[in-house]
Design a binder for this molecule. Structure first.
Ligand code: SF4
Ligand code: SF4
Length: 445
């Protein structure tokens, strides 16, 4: 039986010289400034009570690799001989979903190529009995490529988590003599100045605004279609289909390789992103058929079902990243937005009140959680968001505005945009740098 080989990293020996990073860049001819391998330092500003050590990490070729599981284009495969998780550049559509799914920040998006790239485990070298270039050049022997001993690896340490995905790495933690503080801390804590960094999140509203437009447009269109079927709500079919096309067009903004977008259908078995795209396409085709071509009831049912599944899929796509709160349901859920808008199209103010109250409660909980955790919390924006959801609709109703539903809908939609935009700002993706920062803060306090 072939013995599996894995990376081994000894935190006692790494001096942070970056030779492994350079070796990887030369071997793979990566485009600067992209580095498939990175060295991160625990306690980089030498806080005196904690040890300083480094991690050299690239792809860990995990046994249960979330990149492979979630990639909608089936761009990842496993090399059966070496166990490497191999990324096929020709199949990648540059959706960057794997960069959200991987907790080790291994897939790197190459803007000039419009795709991601990552460590290959140097399959071309290892198949000839050589070590990967990084392990080969490491001058201290801290990074190595070794046979796995009895299927056992140590994959957890301060600053490194295995996330239950079986990273192919054995981490040797600091021995006691190396784990001692560098300086005996005989200083007054209040006089210490420790510069701390907060690595930027990969997901921000600024980067993902096309997705905000797409997700909210779809909630609106699904709600409107339901209203037209069950409530004879008048729809301008040309406007409806145009908004549908525009929303799909905006979602394409997100892709690095737009002409390979069809590959996003391929991983329907595992990836919620594939499911989202398939249900979007079905919804579009079925509604277009319903309005313009066959007008058969079968298309109406397909449109209704695919619309609901689309909203569920959109929410599921975001489950792989760190959520703002531990509670799964949140106020920016697209399914809830769909319910809220539907209640207005149905003229059902009781349903509106129920869904709006639920959303307001969830929103207040989220902001309260942020406030308790000492995280960024913008009272002014939150006030506006709640006004748009509750206060303004109530005022419009109380003063009996003519064209009441239009005003309430406008207010609700602005509120939903604020909520969704804030949600994107609050999402985060774990990376080795963030893991180190989080463990450092935990131990420092
Ligand atoms: S380290 Fe990241 S990219 Fe590599 S196999 Fe694991 S999840 Fe995938
Ligand atoms: S298609 Fe998307 S998820 Fe798959 S490898 Fe490319 S960027 Fe990553």
């Amino acid at each position: 039986m072939q013995i599996k080989k894995i990376f081994q990293f000894d935190t006692n020996y790494c001096v942070g010289c970056h030779a492994c990073v350079v070796a990887c860049a030369i071997e793979n001819k990566t485009d600067l400034p992209i580095n498939w391998r990175e060295v991160n330092t625990f306690n980089q500003f030498h806080y005196p009570e904690l040890a300083v050590f480094h991690y050299s990490l690239a792809c860990n070729h995990c046994d249960d690799a979330p990149c492979m599981h979630n990639c909608p284009a089936l761009a990842y495969t496993r090399d059966l001989l070496s166990g490497a998780v191999v990324h096929n550049e020709n199949h990648c559509i540059g959706c960057k979903y794997c960069t959200w799914a991987c907790p080790y920040d291994a897939p790197k998006f190459n803007q000039s190529k419009g795709i991601v790239e990552k460590c290959t485990f140097c399959v071309s070298r290892t198949s000839e009995g050589l070590k990967p270039a990084c392990a080969n050049l490491c001058p201290t022997g801290a990074l190595d490529y070794v046979e796995e001993q009895n299927g056992q690896r140590i994959t957890e340490n301060v600053g490194f988590d295995n996330f239950d995905i079986g990273p192919s790495i054995n981490i040797i933690s600091l021995r006691n003599e190396n784990a001692k503080p560098e300086i005996i801390p005989e200083v007054n804590k209040s006089t210490r100045i420790i510069k701390e960094i907060s690595p930027e999140s990969k997901i921000t509203f600024k980067k993902e605004w096309p997705l905000v437009i797409f997700t909210l447009s779809m909630a609106y269109l699904v709600a409107e279609f339901f209203a037209s079927v069950f409530f004879d709500f008048p729809i301008n079919s040309y406007v409806f289909i145009s908004v549908n096309i525009l929303a799909g067009f905006f979602s394409l903004f997100h892709l690095g390789k737009k002409n390979s977008a069809y590959r996003a259908f391929f991983n329907v078995k595992n990836s919620w992103l594939s499911r989202e795209i398939i249900s979007f396409s079905l919804f579009f085709i079925a509604t277009a058929s319903h309005f313009f071509i066959f007008q058969h009831v079968i298309f109406t049912y397909i449109a209704l079902l695919s619309g609901v599944f689309l909203l569920i899929s959109i929410d599921k796509v975001y489950r792989i990243v760190i959520q703002p709160t531990p509670f799964e349901l949140h106020s920016a859920h697209v399914v809830l937005t769909g319910f809220l808008i539907t209640s207005l199209f149905f003229n059902n103010y009781l349903m509106f009140l129920l869904v709006a109250s639920l959303k307001a409660g969830l929103y207040i909980y989220r902001k309260y959680y942020f406030w308790k955790a000492g995280l960024n919390f913008r009272l002014f924006i939150s006030g506006w968001r709640l006004d748009m959801l509750i206060s303004f609709p109530f005022i419009f109703w109380f003063f009996d505005f003519s064209n009441l539903n239009f005003w309430i809908l406008a207010s609700v939609l602005i509120g939903e945009i604020i909520d969704r935009a804030e949600y994107y700002e609050e999402l985060d993706v774990i990376t080795p740098e963030k893991q180190i920062e989080s463990d450092f803060k935990r131990l420092k306090n």
